[in-house]
Design a protein around this ligand. Structure first.
Ligand SMILES: Cc1cc2nc3c(=O)[nH]c(=O)nc-3n(C[C@H](O)[C@H](O)[C@H](O)COP(=O)(O)O)c2cc1C
Length: 455
């Protein structure tokens, strides 16, 4: 309870204000430390509605867990930990005649002293507290009819199965889904994802998990830091210094030396649309297109050439520009059509744009939003159609190529920029309506005219 009568949730030194609530609602919310039945939120009474509103606010901040307990002894069976913003547990409908099987993206693993069931597709993680449930999950590697499953495994209630199905841990097989194996799970874009790649994508970005992200120095007290420069190998060195010249030998060598990250921008003299056009044309425009074969007997494929190198000439990377301050271009979200060398506006809410720009501002510790925030998104299928095991790693390597190209072009044009190591894949999906496994962020770059007080 705050001095002004509002209530706040305090977690690990952070405090979230939740607003004003009646004394009865606050008292009821107190039961959350041990558990409040979802059923108690039903009903139209003022109290039920207030508690519901309070819980939704807590849920929005990821502060609620949802537990299923044994009806006999109240012991926890499974606890759901939300992984995406605004998760709210829902059980999909299942009947005795339905057949279900585990998704190939679901995995059980040890976390601390717990067993957790996770999936990059799921909005929640399932903490499995009862080993009998883990055993039944293992049996779900083969399609199982609900009626038989309930006969054989009393631990798996219909509620839990419905929650697992809604979270896409399980898939329901209809006649057209066949065996539920890789080609029959989800749409064609999912077929192309290797398991490790989709896990890596969702766990190494923000938006679809609840783990710490970024410079948290989590094991600094356990492991000593490595030195900036690797100690030399013990052999006799061949000195290269005698070949060095005092000045860079070419304009390119000079450009490389001049390149550095710029995080604060001159908002009195922002980047202009003409400069942005030149920057995009120099770094990312399609230079030519042609058709060719991928493999003997395969379909004809389309290819393009662009200024930076790309694995397999796939050019799977797309640029989305969140413009906050660019002379001649309205604020908003744009897609760069690299083939047509044009910007196309995308309808995104001001609130979402602000969230995107704020996260970037925080990531580079700047005093304002980047004038232009470039989100590099990948059309995953463009590269995973060909490559197994290495598809996602190739995408990240391509992002590195493009980022260095951005840095050099910005330096050459007397603009400034900075790579950003984090991006929120769930926010981008909500802004564009694109499913996170179809096309999504794999890198970011802040661009603008550097402020004179460059750090
Ligand atoms: C992949 C990558 C991610 C980066 N992420 C961030 C970031 O999130 N925040 C930030 O302030 N700088 C970020 N940087 C910039 C580096 O901190 C910077 O390149 C490094 O300190 C060297 O400084 P310089 O670029 O000025 O030479 C990133 C750079 C790269 C290449």
């Amino acid at each position: 309870m705050q001095a002004d009568g509002s209530i706040a949730a305090a977690v690990g030194g952070y405090s979230v204000n939740l607003g004003q609530f009646s004394a009865a609602a606050i008292e009821r919310a107190g039961q959350l430390s041990t558990g409040l039945p979802l059923a108690s939120l039903a009903g139209k009474s003022v109290l039920a509605r207030q508690v519901h509103a309070l819980l939704q606010r807590l849920a929005r901040h990821g502060l609620l867990e949802y537990r299923l307990s044994s009806p006999h002894d109240e012991q926890d069976l499974v606890v759901l930990e939300p992984q995406v913003a605004e998760y709210w547990p829902q059980a999909a409908k299942l009947g005795n005649g339905d057949t279900v099987v585990l998704s190939r993206f679901a995995y059980l693993r040890r976390r601390g002293n717990e067993m957790v069931l996770e999936s990059p597709r799921a909005g929640a993680l399932f903490r499995i507290c009862d080993p009998a449930i883990a055993a039944t999950l293992a049996a779900l590697s083969r399609p199982q009819k609900i009626s038989k499953l309930r006969r054989d495994a009393a631990s798996l209630s219909l509620d839990l199965l419905g929650l697992l199905l809604h979270s896409r841990m399980l898939i329901k097989l209809s006649a057209k889904d066949g065996d539920g194996l890789r080609v029959n799970e989800g749409d064609g874009n999912l077929v192309l994802w290797d398991f490790h790649d989709l896990v890596f994508h969702t766990r190494s970005t923000e938006g679809r998990h609840a783990n710490p992200v970024g410079g948290a120095f989590t094991y600094a007290g356990v492991v000593a830091p490595l030195p900036a420069v690797r100690p030399p190998w013990p052999g006799k060195p061949i000195d290269l210094g005698k070949f060095a010249t005092p000045e860079p030998v070419s304009s390119f060598a000079k450009l490389l030396r001049e390149r550095h990250s710029i995080r604060d921008f001159d908002d009195q003299h922002p980047i202009t649309l003409a400069e942005l056009a030149q920057f995009l044309g120099t770094t990312a425009r399609v230079l030519s297109e042609w058709n060719g074969a991928g493999f003997d007997g395969g379909p004809e494929l389309t290819y393009s050439a662009r200024p930076y190198p790309s694995a397999g000439s796939a050019y799977e990377l797309e640029l989305y520009l969140a413009v906050s301050n660019c002379e001649g271009l309205a604020r908003g979200l744009y897609h760069y059509d690299a083939g047509g060398h044009a910007l196309v506006a995308i309808d995104a809410s001001a609130q979402q744009l602000q969230a995107l720009a704020k996260a970037a501002e925080f990531a580079i510790d700047a005093s304002g939003p980047p004038q232009v925030l470039i989100t590099i998104a990948a059309r995953f299928g463009r590269i995973s159609w060909k490559y197994s095991s290495i598809a996602y790693s190739l995408i990240l390597k391509d992002v590195g190529n493009l980022i260095q190209t951005f840095y050099l072009a910005a330096t050459d044009m007397s603009l400034g920029g900075c790579a950003i190591g984090t991006n929120n894949i769930d926010l981008f999906a909500r802004m564009t309506g694109l499913e996170f496994h179809v096309e999504g962020p794999v890198g970011q770059f802040a661009l603008g005219r550097g402020s004179r007080l460059v750090r």
